[in-house]
Design a protein around this ligand. Structure first.
Ligand SMILES: O=C(O)c1ccccc1NCC(=O)[C@H](O)[C@H](O)COP(=O)(O)O
Length: 276
């Protein structure tokens, strides 16, 4: 079993336990009654054909307590306080991990962050069932994560379609050429290239430069994982990242708002004037 398969097996067990406590009709009516989703595509600098794109590097800042690759990262006793720091530092989107077993997250963390900030929020989980998309909207999410390596084309399209029907968008995450091509064919508008291989946990930052050029300019391109400092951010930006997704470097920093400002400045300075 790969690391990703092992995580998803646990996610499915936890999902069934939650489903035993609330029926599908109830979660759907909560989702339909929730305030409208925020426009995460625009918040990440997206424009319909890519030509009106500005040169600001956006940051998706993650609330991440622990991980399979690094173990414990930060206690984060008050996720809402961290979210306010992220907002003050200029984050465009906040990602909240809700997977419990391997990342120490929860929907309670998500709710706390939702109540604290008005930015678009990504419910960061291993989405494999429509119930999780309904659940995300019911909790006020604006974006869900769809990992191409975890989904066949049928479910990928179904989950992306459902997210949009509910007014949300999806961050469609890739790691290989084939996955980028599948994300593009599925109609993804926000495409992440994760430099961490979720099957082996190896991190190879050069993977971003290799894959980013396959993504059409109409999509927002996010470089995910592996940021240690402003030089890494500049490298991703120079190779075409519209945004970066950062967890560890921010949660380990004593002044995450300052770190964010440094990352945005370094990435914006390094970004080419416009993606062709
Ligand atoms: O972070 C992990 O170890 C991990 C392992 C298996 C599946 C997913 C994993 N992480 C999810 C992520 O994509 C990262 O949390 C995110 O990109 C931020 O990465 P980083 O800045 O390196 O913390």
């Amino acid at each position: 079993m790969t690391v990703l398969e092992d995580i998803i097996a646990g996610v499915r067990e936890d999902l069934e336990a939650r489903r035993a406590g609330i029926d599908d009709a109830a979660i759907r009516s909560r989702a339909l009654a929730a305030p409208p989703a925020r426009d995460a595509f625009a918040a990440l600098g997206g424009t319909a054909d890519g030509t009106g794109r500005d040169t600001v590097l956006r940051v998706v800042s993650e609330v991440k307590r622990k991980s399979p690759s690094k173990g414990a990262l930060a206690d984060i006793p008050a996720p809402a306080d961290l979210a306010r720091e992220y907002r003050d530092g200029g984050a465009s989107v906040i990602s909240v991990l809700t997977e419990e077993r391997r990342f120490g997250g929860s929907l309670a963390d998500f709710d706390a962050v939702r109540a604290a900030v008005d930015l678009p929020l990504l419910r960061k989980d291993f989405t494999v069932e429509p119930f999780q998309v309904w659940e995300a909207r019911a909790h006020g999410a604006d974006l869900v994560l769809l990992i191409v390596a975890a989904l066949d084309d049928g479910p990928l399209r179904e989950l992306l379609g459902l997210a949009r029907e509910l007014g949300m968008e999806a961050l469609v995450e890739t790691h290989t050429e084939d996955e980028v091509d599948r994300a593009v064919s599925a109609g993804a508008r926000i495409i992440g290239v994760n430099v961490r291989n979720l099957k082996t946990l190896d991190v190879d930052r050069s993977n971003f430069a290799r894959l980013a050029g396959r993504i059409p300019p109409s999509a927002v391109v996010i470089a995910e994982s592996g940021v240690r400092d402003a030089d890494d951010v500049a490298e991703y930006a120079a190779h075409g990242a519209d945004a970066i997704l950062v967890g560890e470097a921010l949660v380990r920093d004593n002044a995450p708002a300052d770190a964010l400002r440094r990352f945005i400045a370094a990435g914006t300075a390094a970004r080419p004037p416009r993606r062709a």
